[in-house]
Design a protein around this ligand. Structure first.
Ligand code: C2E
Ligand code: MG
Ligand code: MG
Length: 450
């Protein structure tokens, strides 16, 4: 860092007061608009002096998971504490900007490449320190992209390069820094991703209008051979494409379309449960539910509406929710969970082991079933540590009165390990792949005849 006279800066006054509406209220950093103006000023200043200027773009890794696990208040408190760490590790003369929910920029005047890299390393080390939230020790990390001002470059170009370098740091696995290459860029990954999301959003609307949505059903089989339940998994065919759920569910969640999709799957799933009952099977249908659905005050109405329309008993339906949703303390989510249980609908903790759930909280959850994520099952039988966790957690879940399911069981060795660990049921390609409703009804019939 070269010495330069310090000009008064918007962000280093240290005062949280924000008479001009320029500061982000949570962190006290400059908000996006004020930050862009500060970047223009910094670039003009550096260009006039022929002095170096570095932009460090920092994004918290897996922030969505943190938000999902602790809810927005928890997410906000992580942001506040990370902002403090950034403030403590950043050079005192720099401008600090909050560009988006978990994205920050430091504009460092007089900073050359070695100094910028040293500051990025300090930031990464400070952010990495364990952080207690709700009795859980979270270990956050971040990705940092560095861009150094080039000749004739404007502020938006400088920030764009820093952003792109940050995306590259994420692509390489996160918790690292990447320095932007010099030279002009062709296209921008962010723009490409945004376009892809728009295309998926269009396809989802088309699918809703033209009947391109279907539910596929995958049996969950008890170790006694009984079909314990079938899980309804959404499929989207539109504009000549089959879009996988990992692509369209996040877009549906972002755009709010998930509420309509969710209501549709509740109704279809309830109809399938009625068809199964007519064929003589008391099997439950498990339906996946997203956060946006459960935070809606109309969720219970949609659930009851689906049960009435399909003439299905509540006991034939089960809702699959990620563990973070059970930890959500918001009154609406709690009321929706309670209302569903009181109506007789079973609740399952889906993808268990992938969020930050606390064992202390497990005892209070109104769940009736625990589903181990396939990350634990795919490594069996070789990974003895994963086996030990599955075994111990199964014991605990049983003591709490929950049934335990292993997801993603692909072969007989994995199934044998799951049974040895004490799980009650398995789901996976080893038993059956997800299939359309007609195929499921046929599959159940054939199975019964055996
Ligand atoms: P999930 O609820 O954990 O569903 C299980 C996923 O594992 C399904 O992926 C299923 O096809 C896949 N699977 C089953 N057996 C095996 C196996 O042996 N090996 C492997 N590798 N995978 C297996 P799918 O259908 O692609 O769904 C992905 C995720 O999308 C679901 O994970 C769920 O979180 C979400 N999803 C699907 N349908 C819906 C829906 O209607 N609403 C909501 N909110 N989310 C949904
Ligand atoms: Mg599921
Ligand atoms: Mg799952």
């Amino acid at each position: 860092m070269t010495d330069r006279p310090r000009s008064p800066r918007l962000s280093d006054a240290g005062s949280p007061s924000d008479a001009d509406g320029q500061r982000d209220p949570i962190t006290g950093f400059l908000n996006r608009d004020a930050g862009l103006l500060a970047a223009q000023r910094a670039v003009a200043d550096a260009s006039a002096r022929h002095a170096p200027l570095a932009a460090l773009w920092l994004d918290i890794d897996r922030f969505r998971q943190i938000n999902d696990s602790f809810g927005h208040p928890g997410g906000d408190s992580v942001i506040v504490r990370i902002a403090e760490r950034i403030r403590d590790s950043a050079h005192p003369g720099c401008d600090l900007l909050r560009m988006g929910s978990d994205e920050f920029v430091a504009l460092v005047p007089g900073c050359d490449r070695p100094s910028a890299e040293a500051m990025a390393r300090r930031l990464l080390e400070a952010i990495e320190l364990p952080m207690p939230i709700d009795k859980i020790l979270v270990r956050p990390s971040a990705s940092v992209g560095i861009a150094l001002l080039q000749q004739d470059e404007d502020a938006s170009r400088l920030l764009e390069r820093a952003d792109r370098a940050m995306i590259e740091a994420k692509r390489q696995g996160g918790n690292r820094l990447v320095v932007s290459a010099c030279g002009r860029l062709s296209g921008r990954l962010g723009i490409q991703l945004a376009r892809e999301e728009l295309a998926i959003e269009g396809a989802l609307h088309a699918a809703l209008e033209s009947g391109g949505l279907q539910l596929a059903y995958q049996p969950i089989i008890g170790i006694d051979g009984r079909v314990e339940a079938v899980e309804a998994l959404m499929r989207c065919h539109a504009l000549g494409m089959l879009i996988p759920p990992e692509k369209f569910i996040p877009v549906a969640e972002k755009t709010g379309l998930i509420v309509r999709l969710g209501e549709w799957s509740l109704l279809q799933g309830a109809h399938c449960a009625a068809s199964l009952r007519r064929q003589g099977h008391a099997t439950r249908v498990a339906i996946n539910v997203s956060r946006a659905q459960l935070t809606s005050p109309t969720f219970l109405q949609a659930l009851h509406g689906a049960l009435i329309c399909a003439n299905t008993a509540a006991e034939q339906i089960e809702l699959e929710l990620t563990e973070s949703l059970f930890m959500d303390l918001s009154a609406t989510v709690q009321a929706n969970l309670r209302g569903a249980r009181e109506a007789g609908v079973a609740l399952a903790i889906d993808d268990f082991g992938t969020g930050y759930s606390s064992l202390a909280n497990l005892k209070d959850l109104p769940a009736t079933k625990l589903k181990f994520d396939r990350a634990f099952i795919g490594v069996l039988p070789d990974d003895r540590r994963a086996f030990a966790i599955v075994k111990a957690m199964t014991l605990l879940a049983h003591d709490l009165g929950m049934l335990v399911v292993a997801e993603g069981v692909e072969n007989t060795e994995q199934r044998a390990a799951c049974i040895a660990a004490g799980v009650d049921a398995t789901q996976g390609y080893c038993n059956a792949r997800p299939m359309p409703e007609a195929a499921l009804l046929q599959w159940m019939k054939t199975r019964e005849g055996q």
